[in-house]
Design a protein around this ligand. Structure first.
Ligand code: SF4
Length: 298
């Protein structure tokens, strides 16, 4: 019998979408996107059948941002349920709202699986039900929905779940929202740390222990995760993993997969592994991306 996967509908299924993420958001030319594109305008690389014409060479062509974007399944939800399978210009109004709601569903689903969060499981299930109810609204319902109030209520629950999941860990690092760009954190003991919203852009986290570290909304672009242990990291998304660099020796939660671009990178050399520990003197250019930044961690 196939095991029930609570995250199944929270993963993008591009075959059931109209490439909404290639049309609705605006792009600004940056390290992640080779071009400027206004909101609501199809990307020039988009084919008539909603497939990407440069899919096999996105990174080489300067569209790395496309490889890390995650709609959390909002695309197929809008395309098939809200719009009933018919493309509509009103997708522009509802897709960003649905994407926010699906992101909240993702975090709530994870929180509801945490044994330590049992004291608030009933509240988490109620929040899940309410968020799912909101996703079932009509185009008009979704277009006038202000997600802010709902997000704040959900965030409060997620913070409680995080506290409960980390409660038995003694000495915990609290670096919420910290600017850790290019930081040398090799081998760091970050078990149970709060890194919500931390900017770890280009940070070196090789061989770090990030078990039960709260990574909600942390910016991991170009962070090095080779040998890092994130098997029980909290609120880590595929998009965050895809934006980082790692290898087959990076441990991830079961629901996440090793990105293909990690597996095709040249293997680390012995010199790389034994490089002297020193702080990075530079940091990658924090190019703007089209991904909607996770707001659940704000
Ligand atoms: S380049 Fe990116 S935005 Fe453009 S069609 Fe391909 S995946 Fe979509």
């Amino acid at each position: 019998m196939t095991e029930f996967d609570p995250f199944a509908e929270l993963r993008a299924d591009c075959a059931r979408c109209f490439a909404l993420c290639c049309v609705v958001p605006a792009f600004a030319a940056s390290a992640d996107f080779a071009i400027d594109k206004p909101a609501g305008t199809p990307c020039p690389n988009l084919l008539a059948d909603h497939r990407c014409g440069v899919h096999d060479s996105l990174r080489d062509r300067g569209f790395a941002g496309c490889t890390v974007y995650d709609c959390f399944g909002a695309g197929q939800k809008v395309a098939q349920d809200t719009l009933g399978g018919r493309p509509s210009p009103r997708a522009r109004e509802v897709f960003p709202v649905m994407r926010d709601l699906h992101e909240l569903l993702y975090y709530l689903t994870e929180a509801a699986t945490l044994d330590a969060a049992r004291p608030i499981h009933a509240d988490l299930r109620a929040a899940l039900a309410e968020t799912e109810r909101l996703t079932g609204g009509t185009v008009d319902d979704l277009a006038r929905l202000d997600v802010t109030e709902h997000r704040e209520a959900v965030n409060s629950l997620l913070r409680q779940a995080s506290e409960l999941a980390r409660a038995d860990i003694g000495q915990k690092v609290d670096r919420r929202g910290a600017l850790l760009i290019g930081a040398d954190l090799r081998g760091a003991k970050l078990r149970g740390a709060s890194l919500r919203g931390a900017v770890l852009l280009g940070a070196d986290l090789r061989n770090a222990d990030l078990n039960r570290a709260d990574l909600t909304g942390a910016d991991l672009r170009n962070a090095r995760l080779d040998g890092a242990d994130l098997a029980t990291a909290l609120f880590l998304t595929q998009s965050q993993v895809d934006s980082a660099r790692g290898g087959q020796d990076t441990r991830l939660p079961e629901r996440l997969r090793l990105p293909a671009h990690w597996l095709t990178r040249p293997a680390r050399t012995a010199a790389d592994r034994s490089a002297p520990r020193r702080r990075s003197t530079g940091s990658p250019r924090p190019g703007r991306t089209r991904r909607y930044r996770g707001r659940a961690g704000s």
